[in-house]
Design a protein around this ligand. Structure first.
Ligand code: BES
Ligand code: MN
Ligand code: ZN
Length: 482
C-alpha cells in the first residue's frame, strides 16, 4: 500500500519591513512596553489590539529571557508557540521579528524550523475534515528583516520536511507501515532524489548469512526487506559514512510476548530509527553535502506463529558469531547485528546506528534524552555537537566491558539479553560484538521518538527525533578534509 504524507500548508516569506514597523506604529511599541512594564521574562507575553483601520490587527510581545542566554532552541520553541497561537486565532498573516542568535542565517533556520514543525499535524487517519480545517492558518508567515536569508529558509524547509516524513512514518500503525511500505518509501526517495537503492529479499539475506535478522523475521507473514539506500555527491566525497536505523514495524515481543501494561500497543514506533534514517536521507539528498552516505534498514516485524523463534534458539549472524536468544523480545539488536556487519563491509569512515532499543534507556534518561555509546571519542563529540546545534539531547553512556559478563552463554558465543540492571548498556555491548574496527556510535532513541503531549515544536505523536542531528552531522562532515 502506498502512503501519502502531509505537506505543510504554510508559506514563509522573507521581508525587510521591520525597520519601518516602529515608525508605522508611531511609537506605540515603546509606549506599550513602558506602560505594561514588560520585562521580556521567559514565558511572558503581552497582546495589544491595534486600531481597527491599522494594517496590523494585533501585536504580541513575547519574552525570550536574558539576551546572553538566547539560543536556537529558544527561537525554535518560541516560533512554534507563536505560530500555534496564530492558528488558534485564525490569523491569516503572521509577521515575526526575533533578535538574532549567532548569525542571520542560523536565526532564520531556527525560526522557520519552529514554525514548520510546530504547525505540522497529522490528520491522515481522522475521518472528520474539520480536523484538518485549521491547518490552513496562518497562511503566510513573514520573517521580518531576513530578506537575504533564502538559503537558510530553504534549508529549514528541506530539513523540516525530513522530520515530518519521519513523524508520519512513526505515526502510521503497523497495519499501514510494514517492511514492504518501508521498502516503497526507499524506492520513492531513490526515484525522486536520484539515490542508489539495493533491496535484499529473504533469499539474498540468506546468501549473506544474516541468520540473526532472519531469525527475528521468521514468524511474520510479511517478507523481510533489507534496505540499502545510497546518496553519492556529484563531486568527490570527503567522507564515506553509514547510518543504520532499527526497522521493527511492530514488536510483539515474540514468544517472550509483551504483557499487559508493557505498552505493546505503542510498538508501531519500533521503526523510529528507520524513520529518522529516511527523513535524514530525504533532506541530505536535497542539500548535496560532499559526503557519501549509506542508509541501511533491516525491516521486519517481531511476531508469533508456529514458525516463531523459540526462546533458547541459537542463531548465527553474518560475521559467523553465534547467539543464544534467551529472550525473543531483545530482537532489535539481532536485526542490527547483521546490519552492522553489512555496513562495515562497505569500508566506511564511520557507522551510526539509531534504535528504539531498550526500555532501560528510558528509565535511565527519561523521555526526551537519547543515550549515545561509541568506540570513538571524536565521532561521539561530532554527534554531540551536531545534536546541540539541532537542539536535540544526547547523553554519553559507558561501554562498560565488565558488563559483557552478563551476556556470556554456556552454549553459544553470547546471549542476546543480560540481567535487568544496566540493560541499555548490555544492549550496546551486544551491538559492539558486530563491529570490528570502524568508528561506531549507537544512539538509543527509545524515549524521545514519541511524545504524548505538545512539547516545544513537537506535537503529540512521533517527533522525528534525530533527523536534524543526523543532517547537521553530515553537513558538518562535508567541511572535513578528505
Ligand atoms: N522495542 C523494545 C524497546 C522499547 C521499549 C522501545 C519501550 C520503546 C518503548 C525492545 O525491542 C525491547 O523489547 N527491549 C526489551 C529488552 C529486554 C527483553 C532485554 C526491553 O527493553 O524490555
Ligand atoms: Mn522487543
Ligand atoms: Zn523492539
Amino acid at each position: 500500500m502506498a502512503i501519502g504524507f502531509c505537506q505543510s500548508d504554510q508559506t514563509i516569506i522573507l521581508d525587510n519591513a521591520y525597520a519601518s514597523l516602529d515608525q508605522r506604529l508611531g511609537g506605540t511599541l515603546q509606549d506599550v512596553i513602558q506602560e505594561a512594564d514588560f520585562q521580556g521574562k521567559t514565558g511572558t507575553s503581552l497582546i495589544v489590539r491595534l486600531a481597527p483601520h491599522s494594517p496590523i490587527r494585533k501585536l504580541m510581545l513575547i519574552g525570550l529571557g536574558e539576551a546572553d542566554q538566547l539560543d536556537g532552541e529558544i527561537l525554535r520553541r518560541t516560533a512554534a508557540a507563536v505560530a500555534r497561537s496564530a492558528r488558534r486565532e485564525k490569523v491569516n498573516t503572521l509577521a515575526l521579528h526575533f533578535p538574532q542568535w549567532q548569525s542571520p542565517s542560523q536565526t532564520t533556520q531556527a525560526i522557520a524550523e519552529g514554525v514548520y514543525l510546530g504547525l505540522h499535524q497529522d490528520h491522515r487517519f481522522k475521518s472528520d475534515p474539520e480536523a484538518a480545517k485549521l491547518a490552513e492558518y496562518p497562511q503566510t508567515v513573514q520573517l521580518m528583516g531576513m530578506e537575504h536569508q533564502i538559503t537558510s529558509l530553504n534549508q529549514a524547509d528541506i530539513i523540516s520536511r525530513g522530520v515530518i516524513l519521519a513523524r508520519e512514518l512513526v505515526n502510521a500503525p503497523a497495519n499501514i507501515v510494514s517492511s514492504l511500505t518501508l521498502a516503497e518509501t526507499a524506492q520513492n526517495l531513490a526515484a525522486t532524489y536520484g539515490m542508489g537503492l539495493k533491496i535484499l529479499d529473504e533469499a539474498d539475506c540468506r546468501d549473506l548469512g544474516m541468520g540473526a535478522f532472519l531469525g527475528v523475521a521468521q514468524a511474520s507473514d510479511i517478507p523481510p526487506k533489507f534496505i540499502h539506500l545510497t546518496y553519492r555527491p556529484s563531486t568527490p566525497a570527503c567522507k564515506k559514512i553509514a547510518i543504520i536505523g532499527k526497522g521493527l514495524t511492530f514488536d510483539s515481543g515474540g514468544l517472550n510476548i509483551k504483557g499487559a501494561g508493557s505498552g505493546i500497543e505503542m510498538m508501531k514506533t519500533d521503526m523510529s530509527g528507520a524513520a529518522a534514517v529516511f527523513g535524514a536521507a530525504q533532506a541530505i539528498a536535497q542539500l548535496h553535502p560532499k559526503v557519501e552516505v549509506h542508509f541501511i534498514v533491516a525491516a521486519t516485524e517481531n511476531m508469533i506463529s508456529g514458525n516463531a523463534l523459540h526462546p533458547g534458539d541459537i542463531l548465527t549472524a553474518s560475521n559467523g558469531k553465534t547467539i543464544e536468544v534467551n529472550n525473543t523480545d531483545a530482537e532489535g539488536r539481532l536485526t542490527l547485528a547483521d546490519a552492522l556487519v553489512y555496513a562495515e563491509k562497505l569500508s566506511v569512515d564511520a557507522i551510526v546506528d539509531l534504535a528504539t532499543l531498550t526500555g532501560a534507556c528510558i528509565v535511565a534518561l527519561g523521555e526526551t534524552i537519547a543515550g549515545i555509546w561509541s568506540n570513538d571519542e571524536a565521532l561521539a563529540s561530532q554527534l554531540t555537537n551536531a545534536a546541540a546545534t539541532a537542539g536535540e539531547k544526547l547523553w554519553a553512556m559507558p561501554l562498560e566491558e565488565k558488563y559483557f559478563d552478563g551476556l556470556k552463554s554456556i552454549v553459544a558465543d553470547m546471549k542476546n539479553t543480560g540481567p535487568r540492571p544496566g540493560g541499555a548498556i548490555t544492549a550496546a555491548l551486544f551491538l559492539k560484538q558486530f563491529i570490528d574496527s570502524t568508528p561506531w556510535a549507537h544512539l538509543d532513541v527509545a524515549g524521545p521518538v514519541w511524545t504524548d503531549k505538545e512539547d516545544g515544536y513537537n506535537n503529540p505523536g512521533g517527533t522525528g527525533f534525530a533527523v536534524r542531528t543526523l543532517v547537521q552531522w553530515v553537513l558538518d562532515r562535508s567541511l572535513d578534509q578528505a
